[in-house]
Design a binder for this molecule. Structure first.
Ligand SMILES: [Zn+2]
Length: 278
């Protein structure tokens, strides 16, 4: 992020920047800071100043700053359909990108959930990136949980800025989960008795915090415990199990979506452990 801000101050920032990782709020804050740096009117080294007529009006829409907090050269596109950002809304945004800036020296467009762009919308954006504006700098900031959720063609034309892990997990919390998971998984590998698969699932369930179906923290802790188990149990036998463990860790990280369908967390854990270790 620091490197991206420096490039923005020097007027060398890529036209398209992916801001991924972190949580949604971290991505919004990073987008605002970059936008202010790009449009701020003080001397480059001091950007963003935070107080000029541009900086003050670059706020997230609906952030409660009142009607004065609007900048005509800063636009945010949020998903308009239930699960996607439509081609119509994207084209509407791109139309503004065809005209010259109203007040600032450039324009900044934020796509708040770039992972939700429909294929058609992403292609409309790509076409725009390939035909750069001549009169003024124009930047697209694409916000997404992971850059891997974006089309490869879009990724290859963008600078990606990773904002850090979505859920920080600390080693001290992960270690006991990893140890009991490793013991249960090793016992299963040795005996084949399904009771140990249940034991492995319970070891992960000990991460706690499953009551909130939207929280990704327990899933991230469980996945970290599975990854740690790879280090706790070296040796040739582990090498064959490695692929299954990695697949389990990946499935755990994607599980909050399953949970939203109303399935209890412990059932999901048992199912995933059985599917990947059995
Ligand atoms: Zn400023």
């Amino acid at each position: 992020m620091a490197a991206a801000l420096t490039s923005a101050r020097q007027g060398r920032l890529y036209p398209a920047v992916i801001l991924d990782g972190g949580d949604a709020e971290a991505r919004r804050q990073a987008a605002l800071e970059l936008a202010r740096t790009l449009l701020c009117e003080v001397s480059p080294a001091a950007r963003p100043c935070g107080v000029c007529r541009h900086c003050r009006r670059i706020v997230w829409p609906g952030a409660g700053e009142g009607e004065t907090a609007f900048h005509p050269d800063f636009q945010v596109l949020e998903r308009d359909l239930k699960a996607s950002t439509s081609v119509d809304a994207t084209r509407e945004l791109l139309k503004t990108a065809q005209v010259s800036p109203f007040e600032a020296r450039g324009q900044v467009f934020v796509i708040a959930s770039a992972e939700s762009l429909t294929g058609e919308a992403a292609n409309a954006l790509l076409k725009n990136l390939e035909e750069p504006h001549v009169s003024a700098p124009r930047h697209f900031l694409l916000l997404a949980p992971s850059r891997l959720d974006l089309l490869p063609t879009l990724r290859s034309r963008s600078l990606a800025v990773f904002l850090g892990a979505a859920v920080p997990v600390d080693a001290a919390t992960v270690e006991p989960l990893a140890r009991s998971f490793t013991a249960a998984a090793a016992a299963y590998a040795g005996s084949g008795a399904p009771i140990y698969l249940l034991g492995a699932a319970s070891a992960l369930a000990a991460a706690g915090g499953w009551e909130d179906p939207r929280s990704s923290r327990p899933w991230a802790l469980a996945a970290a415990a599975v990854l740690r188990s790879l280090e706790l149990e070296p040796g040739p036998a582990m090498m064959t199990a490695r692929r299954a463990r990695l697949a389990l860790a990946e499935a755990l990280l994607e599980s909050p979506a399953l949970r939203l369908r109303g399935i209890a967390a412990d059932r999901i854990l048992e199912g995933l452990v059985a599917r990947h270790l059995a």
